[in-house]
Ligand binder design. Structure first.
Ligand code: AMP
Length: 377
């Protein structure tokens, strides 16, 4: 099946055509500055016109069978990918307040396709869906229930498509049926989150009501004392300023001045103190979470690294695993340095928990999920 995978952001639209039988990657592209003037498309409809124009030559030969959308927030309703109809689109739209930057863009992307190709099957694949198996003790915040009932304030978790994809491949690599697989999965990209996987299902995850909670990320603070927000507000900062501060000006960017892990590792190796502090704060937080999730899953069989930093930074993996000595985790130094696009083990045979590097591929995961839903419909 040929699937067009769409990832709409508020002002950008990423697309990729995937063949789910051959796993071949077809046309791929990014349209930016939507609605920002300066020669960019005026809206998501125009952006879709550009995608269609870019795809035209290829489509004549090999038409599309379906479109798969990455939808950030599926709220409490969506625990699986679904075939989109008007009611589903409206349900995604009703979740706009929970993901004000993302869901409106996803809905615009869906409507643009509906207008352009009314008969094209479309599937929504939700970033929150894999975490719908979180038990109440993991998703509930210790705040008055009215906040949950009135505003839906609870932990949802994100990066679910990646966590699920990587979990399946890690289990396969170790030859364990996924329903018997316990693991801690670390998706470490510019955004970063951890999933505690028990019996193949997510039972905890480090992102919460929004993607801000949890690990130290490229530009996000992760966990901080919530009173800091109130304190800053009393100092005169607005809600928008605090939002920008914690989501865009914090994390590695704040600790080092740059959120690129390569630059941080290079600087630390050259003796830069601030770079080492950035690595220490980030790896220490992550190691604490891994220890906690090892307990949560009742003993992990594997710790799995994925995404930009997890897949590519041998130095960062080494810093993290060095903090896991109490768990009997041992890295194989040589295996850790191997660069490869394949899933691999980077721990020693006598490590108490296997350490894996498993490349993620959200487009492939979305294309496969889309094909499965369309074939079953
Ligand atoms: P992602 O969001 O998954 O695309 O990951 C992006 C992040 O991966 C970048 O901000 C980099 O810090 C990091 N990254 C990519 N390649 C490397 C590399 N070779 N070494 C260290 N970090 C890398």
């Amino acid at each position: 099946m040929r699937v067009l995978v769409i990832n709409s952001g508020s002002s950008s639209l990423k697309y990729q055509v995937r063949d789910t039988e051959s796993n071949e990657i077809g046309a791929t592209g990014l349209i930016e500055r939507i609605g920002e003037g300066a020669g960019g498309p005026a809206n998501h409809g125009e952006a879709m016109d550009q995608v269609a124009a870019a795809l035209e030559a290829g489509l004549a030969e090999k038409p599309l069978d379906a479109v798969g959308h990455r939808v950030v927030h599926g709220g409490e309703r969506f625990s699986e990918p679904v075939l989109i109809n008007n009611e589903i689109t409206r349900a995604i739209e009703r979740l706009n307040p929970l993901a004000p930057l993302h869901n409106p863009a996803n809905v615009l992307g869906i409507r643009a396709i509906t207008a352009k190709w009314p008969d094209m099957p479309q599937v929504a694949v939700f970033d929150t869906a894999f975490h719908r198996t979180l038990p109440e003790h993991a998703w509930r915040y210790a705040v008055p229930d009215s906040l949950y009932r009135k505003y839906g304030i609870r932990r949802y978790g994100f990066h679910g498509t990646s966590h699920e994809f990587v979990t399946a491949r890690a289990a396969e690599l170790l030859g364990v049926p996924v329903e018997d697989f316990n693991a801690v999965v670390a998706h470490l990209g510019n955004g970063a989150s951890l999933a505690a996987v028990k019996g193949g299902a997510s039972i905890d995850t480090s992102m919460g009501f929004t993607p801000l909670e949890g690990l130290v990320m490229g530009t996000r603070s992760g966990d901080i004392d919530p009173s800091i927000l109130v304190f800053l507000q009393r100092q005169g900062l607005s809600a928008d300023e605090i939002d920008t501060l914690l989501n865009r000006e914090s994390g590695l960017k704040a600790l080092f001045g740059d959120n690129d892990m390569r630059a941080i590792v290079d600087a630390a190796e050259a003796g830069d103190k601030q770079a080492q502090v950035a690595l220490d704060v980030t790896s220490y937080r992550l190691a604490k979470y891994i220890g906690g999730y090892h307990v949560a899953v009742g003993g992990a069989q594997a710790i799995v690294f994925t995404a930009g930093i997890g897949e590519n930074s041998a130095a960062f993996r080494e810093q993290v695993v060095a903090r896991l000595g109490a768990l009997g985790v041992k890295l194989d130094g040589a295996a850790n340095l191997v660069r490869s696009g394949s899933p691999r083990v980077v721990s020693t045979p006598d490590s108490a928990i296997a350490v894996l590097v498993v490349p993620t591929d959200e487009e492939q995961a979305i294309a496969e999920a889309t094909a499965a839903v369309v074939l079953a419909s």
